[in-house]
Ligand binder design. Structure first.
Ligand code: NAP
Length: 353
């Protein structure tokens, strides 16, 4: 039996991940979800899902988080990659677990390629591509980069030897979530960062950008149904292995099957990027309905993205990522720039203020 705790399992990214574990129907897994919204918890309770326990509360309730984590063998931290206080509660819980069991619990934490940002403000396309197998390159990122203080605290916990940690870093995530939490309208259906950007553009009547939007960002598909391939004139439905949820599933299976072979701690960064897209292409799509492009002023950034400095700069940053370590696990990104733009076009075409 394994106890798995999900924090942020009702989010845009977390929903498909929690759904996959529910859909495993594995009698050897006990799933617990910390859910902050009583309404979402009630919807989940009504589904009467075997093996899923629900706890209503915030990840900022340190006592609660520490206790829940101390009862888990594996923790998925999917809520907020900038919340150091929540991460520290999780780490204290993992230490308690280790001290009680002498078995290292596992932490799989969702961070993001925002940490690669170079403050280009849209001025140029960078040649620099970060590679998740190149630890020395990743370690050049200072602690002041977005998400980095949390990631470094997690890696330090792994160094101390009481937990094995794995940090998953997607680029800008796109697409429609699938799985039971999406079907039952429990999870967040859209990427709030991306829809926030589109909303800001429509509200001001001008597609937003930094500088000339020459910066390049990594993108990744959230989750999707099976993809179809034509083999000898027969259409088969291949198991998809290219989304953020796929990577997390593959990572979990790999760690459980053979943890000694799987990089963790400072060797445990897993990028999730299908393609690097020039931001200008996003602006082209949004401009078609929101209005002629115009660079954001700082006042507008503060208005539309208040208290989110890393998100403000993200839209003008280069953040290119090569998911070599993730691909080595068997993750096979097949969707690229065109699929991302199709998904964005669909979102923008149906956009209503
Ligand atoms: N979306 C992207 O493109 C992207 C890319 C890279 C990295 N990331 C990072 O990945 C993480 C998840 O992103 P997302 O797009 O899935 O965000 P999201 O849709 O806002 O989901 C966040 C999840 O965390 C939960 N949560 C938030 N605050 C909480 C609290 N105080 N206590 C308990 N639960 C709390 C939310 O609960 P509710 O269900 O009640 O909202 C939701 O389940 C974030 O750290 C984000 O920065 C996102």
């Amino acid at each position: 039996m394994k106890n798995i705790l999900f924090i942020g399992g009702t989010g845009y990214i977390g929903g498909p991940i929690l759904s996959r574990f529910i859909e495993r129907e594995d009698p050897n897994l006990t799933l617990t979800a910390l859910v902050r919204s009583p309404e979402k918890a009630e919807k989940l309770r009504k589904l009467d899902l075997r093996g899923l326990n629900l706890v209503i509360g915030s990840h900022n309730d340190a006592t609660l988080v520490e206790r829940l984590v101390s009862e888990a063998d594996i923790v998925f931290s999917l809520a907020d990659c900038d919340d150091l206080q929540a991460a520290e509660s999780i780490l204290r819980g993992l230490k308690r677990r280790f001290n009680a069991t002498h078995v290292k619990p596992i932490l799989i934490h969702m961070s993001g390629t925002g940490c690669l940002g170079d403050r280009a403000q849209g001025a140029f396309s960078s040649e620099t591509v970060y590679n998740d197998l190149d630890i020395a390159q990743i370690e050049t990122l200072p602690a002041t980069q977005p998400h980095r203080n949390v990631d470094l605290a997690i890696v330090e916990a792994d160094n101390q030897g009481y937990t094995d940690t794995y940090i998953v870093l997607p680029g800008l995530v796109f697409g429609t979530p699938h799985g039971i939490l999406a079907r039952e309208a429990v999870q967040n259906p859209t990427n709030l960062a991306l829809t926030g950007f589109i909303r800001a553009s429509f509200t001001r009547g001008a597609a937003g950008l930094h500088g000339e939007a020459k910066n390049m960002i990594a993108v990744a598909d959230v989750t999707e149904g099976q993809h179809r391939i034509l083999v000898l004139c027969v259409m088969i439905h291949a198991r998809n292995v290219y989304t953020v949820a796929d990577l997390v599933n593959i990572l979990y299976d790999s760690v459980v099957a053979n943890s000694a072979q799987i990089g963790h701690g400072r060797n445990g960064y897993y990028f999730v990027s299908s393609a690097d897209v020039v931001f200008e292409k996003l602006v082209d799509v949004i401009e078609s309905r929101a209005g002629k492009r115009r660079a954001f002023t700082q006042e507008e950034l503060d208005l539309y993205f208040p208290n989110q400095p890393s998100l403000q700069s993200f839209f003008g940053d280069n953040g290119r990522a090569d998911s070599a370590r993730s691909r080595a696990l068997g993750w096979k990104p097949v969707k690229a720039t065109e699929e991302f733009l199709v998904a964005l076009r669909d979102e923008v075409e149906h956009w209503q203020l």
